[in-house]
Ligand binder design. Structure first.
Ligand code: GLC
Length: 965
């Protein structure tokens, strides 16, 4: 990128003048002048900045701070110039880049940083610094431009600058500069509550209560009055159990189970500890909780060896340390590693050090932010631009227990229909009708198993939700039932916007007007914003009657036999506006007659939209499990819908980014998640699509999807060789369905996701915490997808314990380092020694009854077990106990291996009665094989796989089998 300095581009304007223009006339006008006129290139190099000198009273050192606003990216950058006497001058740049801007599509964080540095040096900044040091400007003078509105009002940004400065300045000067920020004071009064304590500190009141054993809650009322307690996310009621309160002179301790909240009194600081003494997390003693003008923030100490995991769909490494994030649901087409915010708000994270873990859920729906060490090296912080300091602290002790407790608090994924775990084929858009038939037929003809076909916005008349374009789809109803007859479930997109289409008999609009369920602005007029159908209106989803109205709109499609629905654009995304969303003066009505501004509801709007869809579908089809796919979410949205990671790109980097993103979603409570297999934007190369289909076989949602105008992306598009490999992996997915479905059912009960980061299973092994490329699929499969086109050696460190190669059955030793070069048709997958994995014969879709026995693969090892859960796969009969649950175990002795099957519940008749058992890791043929008391003769020893194979004709009862070695 070419970097031009202001001086060379605008010889008649000095930088000083530019600064003056910036602050005096307001940057908005200057910016737009620059962007639109012949001077546009100047804008590309123009970096307005302000300088602050800061004296550190403790050390006497001086530092200079410069804030720069990048007029192109609209990002806010903090530069620190540290010049301790005698030392060489150093420059560090902290980029607060926010590439959500449409202006920044082509820029990377690195480029920006580079550009900024070069501008600084080219302009002889250091000289300038000396001059500027003479005058000290107060940060309060910063003028921030409104054109940055897409991620903040001037106020928002000012707050960020102040925050940033506050982090870097020590001593008394700070309070003078930031008198508006009010930090919590000392505790004057401690009041015991049945579930904790209420502390009075100045005007503020703070409640530290126990919600469940080891799960605390902190709430702060700056002015002393707590607002009505409500949450969109939390569904559990408090059950504090036994608690202990010790009120001493300097501190109060609240103990629940083995977790202690220690509240220091002067100033008020909250630490959480294990009762044995380990500090889990402590407030930063220099930075007590604070608020300013509606904003709230909490700072915590950040130990050097602590990592932070969670926060939902944030891109980049799973460990969020050294980065900062904004929570503001955003339509982020073609997002990149540095793009933030993205589509979802899940303000929950796990702090993890070797042997110590805790979780924090900041239940605040306003635009919030999390800074894990970008502004400081020894503290992290979270806060929001409105709402309450209201967070939950999870004492664990393990990451698994934290995920369980968090998912219990906000609700877990409901058991999905079995077909949603099959392969799903989508594109923007399959049209007309003939093309849909053709895709379905090709999948069946080519024997590529598949369960779903998606219809994107072009099946609709003018992209208006709940309509059908009869020119392109003249026999729409018949098509849905023909697809159904071939074992395909149709999923229809029905975005949340309703076309503003009066007087055309468009029922969704007419009924919405009649029922008064559309969102309004502060002045009482209906809010209208452009989306796919043009001018659109929006359901006021925070009102129950609006949700009911919305749910009813699905009746026609449900009657046609449409299986699932896709609610996209529900961040909400609005076109032709710099904020990409609704204006702040939109008012959301609540059932109690009050309203909330858009800023308070934005992040839960998508969640309430899919809540309406899911509840509506349940009403229309009371005994069927609904399937809804959402793009936006707040914590807890997994109760209503599955999700995907939005508009990714058909490049290798995105395939690599997919794993940590899906894993992060899983530990944020959202386990039914996938990405657009093959990439949405652009057309994948043959190898890329093949590798993506391979990886996707081990993702929870397995959906191939691509944008309009890209090349075909179905599994068969790159010729026979690629088709065969892709088919093989899709088939393997179907063979594994009993294991996958059992793991998903476990997820609905425990919150532990199907796709698990290694830290969840191996919290004692820090070397695996930051593994962004490998994961556990269910409890027993270790998957290392190939996500690069390079032919480099793939080095895999297997987690503790012994493992078996999933494909060959070969056993590896403990902690073996594998050095592999997986060919295009190979994905390294290993099975934990001690696993029993149920499988099934191949089917072309989940509606087809498998022909043959249940497969049970036994991998002898310590703590050897497995389980199987089955039910009818689509109704709610399982809620009434109509399911089958079997547990398996094996004991490995010196002379025998014993396998035991125990029926725990058999209120559902599965498709199988026989089971074929394969026991791996057997060096030579056993002396005999026994089932119950009888010796059987029908078994074989597979010397290549070191496996013994035998079949039990009646395997539905509890049984015992034994290999005598
Ligand atoms: C959005 C969605 C994408 C969809 C398109 C058209 O970009 O993220 O998946 O295909 O809209 O509906």
């Amino acid at each position: 990128m070419e970097v031009r300095t202001i001086r060379s581009l605008r010889p008649n304007v000095t930088r000083e003048e530019a600064i003056q223009t910036f602050t005096a006339s307001g940057p908005a006008s200057l910016f737009w002048k620059l962007r639109s006129g012949p001077l546009q290139r100047i804008a590309d190099a123009y970096i307005p900045f302000r300088i602050y000198r800061v004296r550190f009273p403790m050390s006497g050192a001086q530092r200079t701070h410069l804030f720069a606003l990048d007029a192109v990216d609209g990002s806010l950058d903090l530069f620190e110039f540290a010049a301790p006497p005698g030392d060489a001058e150093t420059v560090s740049v902290f980029t607060r880049n926010n590439p959500a801007s449409t202006l920044s599509e082509a820029r990377s964080e690195e480029l920006l940083r580079d550009k900024v540095l070069r501008v600084i040096f080219q302009q002889g900044f250091f000289k300038l610094r000396r001059i500027k040091l003479e005058t000290e400007q107060l940060p309060g003078e910063i003028h921030l431009p409104y054109w940055l509105g897409f991620y903040g009002t001037p106020e928002d940004l000012r707050c960020r600058v102040l925050d940033a400065v506050r982090r870097r300045i020590e001593g008394a000067k700070v309070s003078a500069l930031f008198e508006q920020w009010l930090a919590i004071q000392s505790v004057q009064k401690v009041e015991k509550l049945p579930d904790g304590v209420e502390l009075t500190a100045g005007k503020a009141k703070v409640r530290v209560t126990v919600f469940r054993e080891g799960l605390f809650r902190v709430r702060v009322a700056p002015a002393g009055t707590f607002p009505k307690d409500s949450s969109w996310a939390v569904i559990e009621a408090p059950e504090p159990g036994a608690i202990k309160i010790d009120d001493a002179k300097d501190e109060v301790r609240v103990t629940s189970g083995t977790t202690v909240a220690r509240i220091k009194k002067s100033p008020l600081l909250i630490d959480f500890l294990r009762d044995v003494g380990d500090v889990l997390v402590a407030d930063d003693s220099d930075l007590p909780m604070a608020w300013e003008n509606g904003r709230v923030r909490v700072w915590k100490k950040m130990p050097a060896d602590e990592g932070y995991y969670g926060l939902g769909d944030k891109a980049g490494p799973m460990n969020r340390r050294d980065r900062s994030f904004t929570m503001w649901n955003t339509d982020a087409f073609g997002w990149r590693e540095s793009t933030d915010p993205l589509y979802k708000t899940i303000p929950f994270f796990i702090g993890l050090r070797k042997g110590l873990a805790y979780g924090i859920f900041f239940d605040n729906t306003w635009r919030s932010s999390f800074d894990f060490g970008k502004e400081g090296h020894d503290f992290y912080s979270f806060g929001a631009e409105g709402g309450e300091i209201n967070y939950y602290f999870f004492g664990g002790p393990t990451p698994g227990k934290i995920v369980q407790d968090f998912s219990a608090l906000v609700g877990r994924t409901k058991l999905p229909p079995l077909w949603t775990l099959g392969f799903q084929q989508s594109r923007y858009s399959y049209e007309p009708e003939e093309r849909v038939y053709e895709v379905a037929k090709t999948l069946r003809d080519k024997k590529i198993p598949a369960d779903a076909i998606y219809l994107d916005i072009d099946y609709q008349d003018g992209n208006a939700p709940f309509t059908v374009d009869r020119k392109k789809f003249p026999t729409f109803e018949k098509m849905i039932s023909d697809l159904r007859a071939q074992g395909f479930h149709t999923v229809l997109i029905t975005d949340l916007h309703i076309k503003k289409n009066p007087d055309h008999g468009y029922a969704p609009y007419d009924t919405g007007v009649k029922d008064d369920v559309f969102l309004k602005r502060a002045d009482g007029t209906t809010y209208v914003g452009p989306v796919w159908p043009g001018d659109s209106v929006f359901g006021d989803f925070t009102l129950s009657r609006a949700r009911e109205w919305w749910g009813g709109l699905y009746k026609n499609f449900v009657d046609m036999g449409v299986a699932g629905f896709w609610n996209d654009m529900n961040e909400p995304a609005i076109f032709l506006t710099s904020t990409k969303t609704m204006p702040p003066d939109v008012r959301h009505r609540l059932d109690d007659g009050t309203t909330l501004p858009h800023l308070a509801i934005h992040n839960v709007f998508g969640m309430e939209n899919v809540r309406a869809t899911s509840e509506g579908l349940l009403k229309l089809r009371p005994n069927e499990r609904p399937f809804v796919l959402t793009r936006a979410a707040y914590a807890g949205t997994q109760r209503y819908a599955a999700t995907w990671t939005g508009d990714n790109v058909a490049v290798w980097n995105h395939l690599g980014m997919s794993t940590p993103m899906l894993l992060s979603m899983g530990i944020s409570g959202y386990g039914m998640v996938g990405d657009d297999i093959g990439g949405f934007a652009g057309t994948p190369t043959a190898d890329l699509l093949t590798r993506w289909i391979e990886a996707g076989a081990f993702n929870p949602i397995y959906r191939d999807h691509t944008a309009k105008g890209t090349g075909d992306q179905e599994p068969w598009v790159h010729g026979a060789k690629h088709e065969a490999i892709r088919r093989h992996f899709i088939e393997e997915r179907y063979r594994l369905l009993p294991y996958i479905y059992t793991s998903v059912e476990e997820m609905t009960r425990t919150g532990i996701p199907l796709m698990r980061p290694l830290l969840l299973e191996y919290p004692q092994s820090p070397e695996f915490f930051n593994d962004d490329s490998e994961f556990m699929f269910g409890h027993d499969l270790f998957v290392s997808p190939v996500t690069t086109e390079l032919q480099d050696m793939k080095v895999i460190q297997l987690p503790p314990g012994a493992w078996y190669d999933y494909w060959t059955g070969e056993k590896s030793s403990d902690q073996e380092l594998k050095k592999l070069k997986p060919a295009l048709d190979e994905v390294p997958v290993y099975v934990r020694a001690g696993a029993i994995v149920p499988r099934q014969p191949l089917v072309q879709n989940t509606g087809e009854t498998p022909n043959g026995p249940l497969g049970l693969r036994v991998y002898p090892g310590p703590d050897c077990k497995g389980s199987l859960y089955q039910d009818d796969g689509h109704t709610l009969a399982y809620e009434k106990g109509e399911f089958l649950r079997v547990s398996y175990s094996c004991q490995v002795g010196a002379d025998a291996i014993r396998i035991v099957s125990t029926i725990e519940k058999d209120s559902y008749k599965p498709w199988w009665s026989a089971a074929e058992i394969t026991v791996f890791g057997i060096g030579k043929a056993p002396k005999s094989v026994r089932v119950g008391d009888a010796t059987i003769h029908e078994w074989r020893f597979d010397s290549a796989q070191h496996a013994v194979v035998f079949t039990l004709p009646e395997a539905k009862n509890s049984w015992t089998a034994e290999l005598i070695l």
